[in-house]
Design a binder for this molecule. Structure first.
Ligand code: BES
Ligand code: MN
Ligand code: MN
Length: 480
């Protein structure tokens, strides 16, 4: 039986199983739902065992001081012990559901309407995780074999929507078990249902706050104004100076680690049917595009880093006037990062910028909360990405373009700790309303995802040597 036929024959069963799983409110950010996140992990464990995975386990995360939420791990070894090993990453936790009254059907009572399945987690990420169970069965049905052609590992975490707090630790603790030649990320989307595409990168993010202090109190601007530096003037000047006339960020070393976008990737991005008017309408009816010279809008939001001023305050902002030289000025900034930028290096550069440029009489401090999220990238010319693209092309019977995502996740940790290249196989859409009321997924696209997943294992098996040749090197480095 061929892959497509098997998947069609099992479509109703798939939708039924997904509906059961979606009924479990596994909201990781809500402490009252910890039990439900646990039940969601157990449900997935049972489902994967029923699928035929010989190894399935729920893995606890965190420690006594900082309790974590469970991940699910499963493994289906290839018959050939030398075959490539693929590890699928996804998550079984979901976002909160408020405002409840905006849902047309309750978020945890999955409902099918017009080919869509509605419910929290339908697209992000339970629907996409589950298509791997159907995909691997379809692969086996087509080959007639008892085991997949590559070793398939699944690692489905339960804390992604609350920042993957314990995920890097989990990866380090079980690095040997999770060892793999490629990480298959299933938590992203495509350009449109009729324009299949493959994500090749996600931006990272880091925040900062800048505090400037001048005089030790607000001063009378008649008695002192013009004779001492004004912290708000200095702040405005330094924030304006963060970009040059070409829209480039002037922070020392800001672009040092940025991977330039390749010509082939640019060419594929240029093929996407981008409608600037529609995009500007989505962008809050912005009146014009703006950004770094020399890059298209999609390149700017996907492949180039940014510095944004999110807010600035200081001095008198109440009703009426007040003639002062203010004592303080403040701003909150955030940076969207692209591979291979490191959040800490960007913050160090920002501190340097303020050290270099703050005039005498003003003291500047730059602080950052948290450690940020690192960006990730799957180079289009790697064997794994080529294999993933072929798998998607076979599933969609169409050429597959490249996109990137603005969203974030722990993908850089996966790539770095497991020392394996990434490939993204995801079929979400912007229209899925993830994180919002009425989240939904197009069932036909999930079935295409299952089909792509089924082909992927054969495509990766065909690359055996190319994928596994750097294993020794990797193991050595991982144990460093
Ligand atoms: N699956 C998303 C990331 C994503 C968003 C991919 C949009 C494609 C399109 C992921 O579950 C997510 O929501 N990540 C959060 C991370 C945060 C909670 C730490 C994000 O990007 O805001
Ligand atoms: Mn997700
Ligand atoms: Mn999400």
């Amino acid at each position: 039986m061929d892959v497509r036929q098997y998947i069609q024959d099992h479509a109703a069963e798939f939708a039924g199983a997904l509906s059961q799983w979606l009924a479990i409110p596994s909201i990781s950010a809500d402490p009252a739902r910890r039990g439900d996140v646990g039940r969601s992990a157990e449900w997935l464990k049972d489902h994967l065992a029923g699928t035929g995975f010989p190894v399935v386990e729920v893995l606890g995360t965190g420690s006594a001081e900082s309790a974590g939420l469970p991940a699910v791990y499963a493994e289906w070894p290839a018959s050939d012990p030398a075959a490539p090993v693929a590890l699928v990453y996804g998550h079984h936790d979901v976002q909160p559901v408020e405002p409840l009254d905006e849902w047309d059907s309750p978020p945890f009572e999955p409902a099918q309407r017009d080919g869509f399945l509605f419910g929290r987690g339908a697209s992000d990420d339970k629907g996409q995780v589950l298509f791997h169970a159907l995909g691997i069965r379809a692969n086996l049905a087509a080959s007639g074999a008892a085991r997949p052609p590559v070793t398939v590992k699944l690692l489905i975490e339960g804390e992604e929507e609350s920042g993957s707090t314990h995920f890097a630790d989990l990866l380090r603790t079980h690095a040997d078990r999770f060892a793999c030649d490629v990480v298959v990320v299933t938590d992203t989307g495509m350009w449109a249902a009729d324009v299949p595409s493959m994500c090749v990168g996600m931006r990272g993010v880091v925040d900062a706050e800048v505090d400037l202090r001048g005089p030790d109190r607000d001063l009378h601007s008649g008695s002192f104004g013009g004779g001492v530096p004004n912290p708000l003037h200095v702040l405005a000047d330094l924030l304006a100076g963060l970009h040059d006339e070409d829209g480039r960020v002037t922070i020392p070393g800001f672009y040092a680690d940025v991977l330039p976008i390749s010509v082939p990737e640019r060419d594929l991005i240029a093929l996407l049917p981008f409608d600037e008017k529609a995009w500007l309408a989505d962008a809050g009816h912005s009146g014009a595009t703006a950004g770094e010279a020399g890059y298209s809008t999609l390149e700017r939001i996907w492949a180039r880093p940014t510095a944004e001023v999110n807010g600035m305050w200081g001095g008198h902002t109440g009703p009426g006037g007040k003639t002062i030289v203010p004592a303080e000025a403040h701003a909150k900034l955030s940076f969207r990062l692209v591979a291979d930028q490191q959040p800490a290096a960007v913050i160090a550069g920002l501190q340097q910028y303020f050290r270099d440029r703050t005039p005498p009489g003003i003291a500047a401090t730059v602080t950052s909360h948290g450690q940020g999220v690192r960006p990730c990238f799957a180079a289009p010319d790697t064997p794994a990405v080529r294999a993933g693209r072929r798998a998607l092309q076979r599933a969609f019977d169409a050429s597959v373009l490249f996109t990137r995502e603005g969203g974030s996740g722990p993908e850089a940790d996966l790539a770095e700790i497991l020392r394996a290249p990434l490939v993204f196989v995801g079929v979400g859409l912007d229209a899925d309303q993830i994180h919002a009321p009425n989240e939904r997924v197009e069932l036909a696209l999930l079935l295409k995802g299952a089909e792509a997943a089924a082909y992927l294992w054969d495509e990766l098996a065909a690359l055996a040597g190319e994928l596994t040749s750097r294993r020794g090197q990797r193991a050595g480095r991982a144990r460093r």
